[in-house]
Design a protein around this ligand. Structure first.
Ligand code: GLN
Length: 474
């Protein structure tokens, strides 16, 4: 097995014993990227040379010592491009500092070395909104990898990354992980600092890992978690060792099955795969409990008010003056703003800015934004009530497996609706993980991954990983 195909823990034991050096892993990744990046397009760019010089001085005694990590293109890494897959920043912005997650990965001995493709400014669920290139699903290259962290998921699935970072505002780690057959973890709001993440919707955004297995997700979470004074929303809480309870099993645990997440609209083949995974957790000793999350019915509508509203404010910083590309010879400053924004943003980003500005505008604020905030509180309360009865909640990650490239491109509403199972976790601030379960067979005979979602209470990542590990072993 090539080094690029191995997990963090497999590589770590060989690094510690001296059987391999960090540069061997980078050589193996370089080969994998050369052989598959034309087809898969997971990376926008990489800098293996700088990574190699960093690898020479990697401290192998650290928990991630010598492990190269791929980074979604919206997380700042000092000296590397950070384009958010947008023409606005492409070729015009080099990160002047490390995001806190990068500082922490480095402190754990890891080496951030490549930039993965994504939907522009993380808006989308197929990576087709990238202005800078196409990414395909390694399991079936006629299909999308999901999104918005599609490049990170595809890189791990194609074994051209050992592990990657993504960001999840409404499902962008869990959904591509599900479509690509890898593990994707969205931490609780406040668990991981977003300092240095290009903001999409600040009350929802979280950074998290995409990995080959659950243990690697725990190792990555150990490295990136913790209080950071540079992010006012990060919580002052101790960080447990997330690998500690991986082998504790699910015996005696109560796992909730929300009726609202198992209703109409799920592809029957996906449903079958999810049911089989749930049955295995039951066989491992968990008790299944039917629960209700009555207000999650409104989650998509609520999210698509709040997220665009916050985005319209966050993206006002892209004005052609301070960041990125600007048009030539503007007549005046307004002309500079107008034409730079018109040329720099793609259609989905413009749609979100217009939707968000509308929802926040005088006369509509109460009807849309304020009402959405009230419904958000009800959704959060639904989850609080549920966690009085159960330890965690199980559901599909998405209603279908990965869709064909181009199939939903001109139908944003169809895409928004597919976020139905992932979005509530962001609105409620809780943690969630996608674990590969039984793949299904597509019409063309390809095998497509399906993800089981486990949702844990706020700051419940240890329990979440404990359940995920049982699901993975099963
Ligand atoms: N698909 C969702 C959206 O387009 C989620 C994106 C994300 O989590 N970044 O907003």
């Amino acid at each position: 097995m090539s080094l690029a195909s191995q997990s963090i823990s497999q590589l770590r034991s060989q690094l510690i014993s001296g059987d391999i050096a960090p540069s061997d892993i980078l050589d193996s990744l370089a080969k994998a990227i050369d052989s598959n990046n034309n087809d898969i397009g997971a990376y926008l760019s990489h800098d293996l040379e700088t990574a190699k010089s960093e690898a020479n001085s990697a401290d192998l005694t650290k928990p991630l010592g010598g492990i190269p990590i791929a980074i979604k293109d919206n997380i700042n890494v000092l000296g590397q491009p950070c384009s958010c897959a947008s023409k606005f920043l492409d070729g015009a912005y080099t990160a002047p500092y490390d995001a806190t997650v990068i500082t922490r990965l480095r402190a754990a001995g890891a080496i951030p070395f490549g930039r993965t493709n994504m939907d522009e400014f993380a808006m989308g669920s197929t990576t087709e909104n990238s202005a800078l290139g196409k990414t395909t699903n390694p399991h079936d290259t006629t299909r999308t990898p999901g999104g918005s962290s599609g490049g990170s998921a595809a890189a791990v699935a194609a074994r051209s990354a050992i592990a990657a970072l993504g960001s999840d505002t409404g499902g962008s780690i869990r959904q591509p992980a599900s479509h690509c057959g890898v593990v994707g973890l969205k931490p609780s709001y406040g668990r991981v600092s977003r300092y240095g993440l290009v903001a999409f919707a600040s009350s929802l955004d979280q950074i998290g890992p995409l990995t080959q297995n659950v243990e690697d997700a725990a190792l990555m979470l150990n490295a990136i978690s913790g209080y950071d004074p540079s992010d006012a929303t990060s919580l002052q809480q101790d960080v447990p060792d997330f690998t500690e309870r991986l082998d504790c099993g699910v015996s005696g645990m109560k796992l909730g099955l929300p009726t609202e997440f198992f209703g109409e609209g799920i592809d029957p083949a996906v449903r079958k795969s999810i049911d089989a995974a749930i049955a295995k957790l039951e066989a491992a000793g968990a008790e299944l409990v039917e629960i209700s999350l009555p207000h999650t019915e409104y989650a998509v509508a609520t999210y698509y008010i709040i997220a665009p509203a916050e985005a319209s404010s966050n993206l006002s910083r892209f004005d052609g003056v301070r960041y990125g590309n600007r048009v030539d010879q503007p007549e005046d400053v307004l002309d500079l703003y107008h034409r730079s924004r018109a040329a720099g943003f793609g259609p989905e980003v413009k749609r979100r800015i217009i939707l968000g500005t509308y929802a926040l505008s005088s006369g509509y604020y109460d009807a849309y934004y304020n009402r959405a905030q009230k419904v958000r509180t009800l959704i959060r309360q639904d989850f609080l009530n549920a966690y009085q009865q159960v330890d965690a909640i199980l559901s599909p990650v998405t209603p279908t497996a990965a869709t064909l490239l181009g199939s939903d491109k001109d139908n944003p509403l169809q895409q928004y609706l597919a976020d139905i199972y992932t979005i509530s976790a962001n609105l409620a601030g809780i943690c969630g993980i996608s674990i590969p379960c039984q793949p299904i067979t597509s019409d063309t005979g390809t095998s497509l991954p399906v993800g089981l979602q486990v949702l844990g209470p706020h700051m419940g990542e240890q329990t979440l990983l404990q359940i995920a590990n049982v699901a993975e072993q099963a």
